[in-house]
Design a protein around this ligand. Sequence first.
Ligand code: HEC
Ligand code: HEC
Length: 543
Amino acid sequence: MYSATKKVSAIESGGRDRAMFKRDTLLGEAAPVRGHHAPGLVMLIATLGASVPSIAQPDAVSRTVEIYAQRCSGCHGQEGDGLGPAAERLNPPPRDFTLGMYKIKSSGFDEYLPNDEDLLRMIRDGMPGTAMPAWGDVLSDQEMADLVRHIKTLAGYEADEKPSQQVEYGTQVLGSADSIRIGRELFLERDRCSECHGKDGKGDGLKSLKDDNGERTWPRNLTKPWTFRASNDPRDIYTRISAGIAGTQMPSFADPASDKVLSSEERWHVANYVSSLAKTDNVVRPDNTVVKAAKLVGRLPDSADDPAWEQAEPSTFFLVPQMLAKKRLFKPTNDTISVSALYNEQEIAFLLEWDDRTQSIPGDENAEKIADGQIFEDSVALQLPLDIPSGTEKPYFGMGDPTHAVNIWQWTSGTTDEPEQTSLINARGIKDIERRDAAGAGVQATGTYQDGTWRVVINRALATANPRQDIQFLEGRFIPLALAAWDGSNGETQSRHTMTSWYWLLLKSPAGSRPLIVALIVILAIIGAEFWWMRSASRRRRQ
Ligand code: HEC
Ligand code: HEC
């Protein structure tokens, strides 16, 4: 397993880790301490020029150094120490190139040095779920290859140096129901992967993980392939579980010293299982901006596991950190939220579902064990305009504005001493907030947490006795809707939270979507007319 102890012991053992050994001689330092100051690029460039004849042309080298300074140093630091000006607010932090240790590599588990192709791939394609951009459209292949050589030298490797061990792929086992079943058993066997990634792979293992720099890290939610640094293709997963993820607590399962080691064939089964975990429901479809509420004849569901929800069509949106008002959030953990809605003659019900690795109940032993610092309650809120706009005009996004009031319905998870709670706020901007009695206004909410997912149901009557204070829902109208979520184990409370932008809610009238169809026909007719006009205009011009 990669750990700080291994690094130190490698150094103590007299250079089993050649990178560290060489870097020490180069920089004249004893230990890889974050925050040190390397003696400047001049010396590194001199070394580079002397040892690598193939790119010794001073202008090629200085060109690479220039590109690095322009494109990379803002995050990775002028000297590659990972301490660029932007670094402070990034989680995960930018790589410290002077350590010569990389996450995504196909070299053997006992090697720090990746293959050049591994580095090139991360530079070209970027690292999803982090600030590391994809440079493939910006830099040429040659420029990226030169950068690979350059960053290797920042750790004291030769620009041409190659790792001696590689991940052994054996014979690939193709994905099948059988292989996935065996993979799941191995995943759960002695809590091999579930220890960190949770029973269903949502990253909700009861572990507080830190990377080698002491930064809080989270095991990947394996159902969200869009957050994988590499990909969720079985071959990539196989490579990760064989090589481990250096600098983090994700170990190698090819290492015979591990008591949970897996044979090559077993690793293929696990890789096929993990690949099969990718969500197909509740994923963001950027073209979907409307939560469509279906009309039911009977009773509405008042809990998350009510089968009636199958009749609803969930919409999933990205959650982004709140940056408008102080205090801002920079290191979010929640990234998407799904909304479903159903209504009947009297009432409307919303189901809000989001993956959260931690059930944050202040006072709870398990919650205290995994939290980093003080725990707050988990929470979710729904923001709706008090008056449904007639056009596309929406209230100001952050809690409305003086002429556009909003209703905010908020559910909080409760503590060991207090049960869950529902609250109601009317706001006309951040400075004009009125707290109201949620029960009095008929807003009711209840939540359940299971295997890394919160499900919260919120109900209210379509119409209330207080139309000047409460939104009155109407069929067939586009109603702005926005969401916010708080992960209390991530220090999120009050204005520190994630949120969506405005989307729309539409109560679909059951008599078919006639008003919508009419609107569509009108729009098509207008487009047709414009097209005809343009054609005839250009014909007129030609004549
Ligand atoms: C906006 C900030 C930012 C910029 C600019 C940036 N990076 Fe990164 N980079 C990161 C972060 C953050 C990580 C760490 C991601 C992680 O740990 O999962 C990273 C990681 C890397 C890695 C490590 C790959 C691995 O497998 O561990 C390489 C190599 C890299 N960057 C190269 C570059 C190069 C070359 C440039 C300039 C062309 C560059 N980066 C520019 C933020 C940045
Ligand atoms: C001790 C905790 C731990 C165990 C055990 C563990 N992982 Fe991980 N895993 C992590 C952490 C932490 C990360 C995120 C690393 C990072 O910060 O990039 C991760 C990341 C991953 C990734 C993401 C790769 C990518 O491209 O982003 C995959 C896939 C994965 N683990 C699979 C597994 C499988 C399969 C097992 C069991 C064979 C396993 N892990 C066991 C902690 C663990």
